[in-house]
Design a binder for this molecule. Structure first.
Ligand code: HEM
Length: 162
């Protein structure tokens, strides 16, 4: 296989992984925020609802960790190897890059602070401490969901528009 074919194939794989990571992360937040959250509203807040979220989050966040590693790796691959760096990339890629880093920063913050506190509190059956942490997690996920939908739309729109 010629060198060009190898690089071309690697770029196509990279692009596919990038989009799949975005779908898993943003789609997961969409489901959690807009489907699961209202659906569990009828369950008694403490302890049942808090315990349910404490079982949902570790499963979802494992996938989000995969996405927050894959997105920049594949994004920078395309940015530097296909576009030739920031100077040659369209404004929509710059916007995606900045907002992508903001989303990743928000997720890492969420994981290290409110999520850890939430899990420790639920494990200790300290539900009055857990409830406000869940509210912080909800706000951050809501923000990241809005950013993620916007970034995905900007990526798809900008690609054809620029
Ligand atoms: C460090 C962060 C990121 C970088 C450096 C980056 C970079 C890139 C680059 C260079 C492309 C190719 C654009 C093109 O083919 O015209 C791309 C495509 C794309 N990105 Fe990102 N990205 C990042 C984060 C994100 C995030 C957080 C999302 C969504 C939540 C996202 C969603 C997409 C989508 C959906 C495409 C495909 C657009 C298409 O093929 O039509 N990216 N990204």
């Amino acid at each position: 296989m010629a060198t060009f074919d190898v690089i071309h194939t690697a770029s196509a794989v990279s692009n596919a992984l990038h989009v799949l990571a975005a779908v898993v992360w943003v789609g997961g937040m969409f489901f959690a925020y807009l489907i699961l959250r209202p659906a569990v509203g009828g369950i008694e807040p403490a302890p049942e609802r808090l315990k349910l979220w404490s079982r949902v989050f570790p499963r979802f966040f494992a996938w989000v960790w995969a996405a927050v590693v894959v997105l920049p790796l594949t994004g920078y691959w395309r940015l530097f190897l296909d576009f030739g760096g920031f100077a040659r990339a369209g404004g929509y890629v710059h916007l995606m890059h900045v907002l992508g880093l903001v989303m990743i920063g928000l997720f890492v913050f969420l994981y290290v602070f409110p999520y850890r506190r939430f899990q420790v509190a639920v494990a200790a059956s300290d539900f009055p401490t857990a409830a406000p942490q869940l509210a912080v997690i909800r706000r951050i996920v809501g923000t990241n969901l809005a950013l993620g939908l916007f970034v995905a739309a900007v990526a798809a729109f900008g690609r054809l528009w620029v």
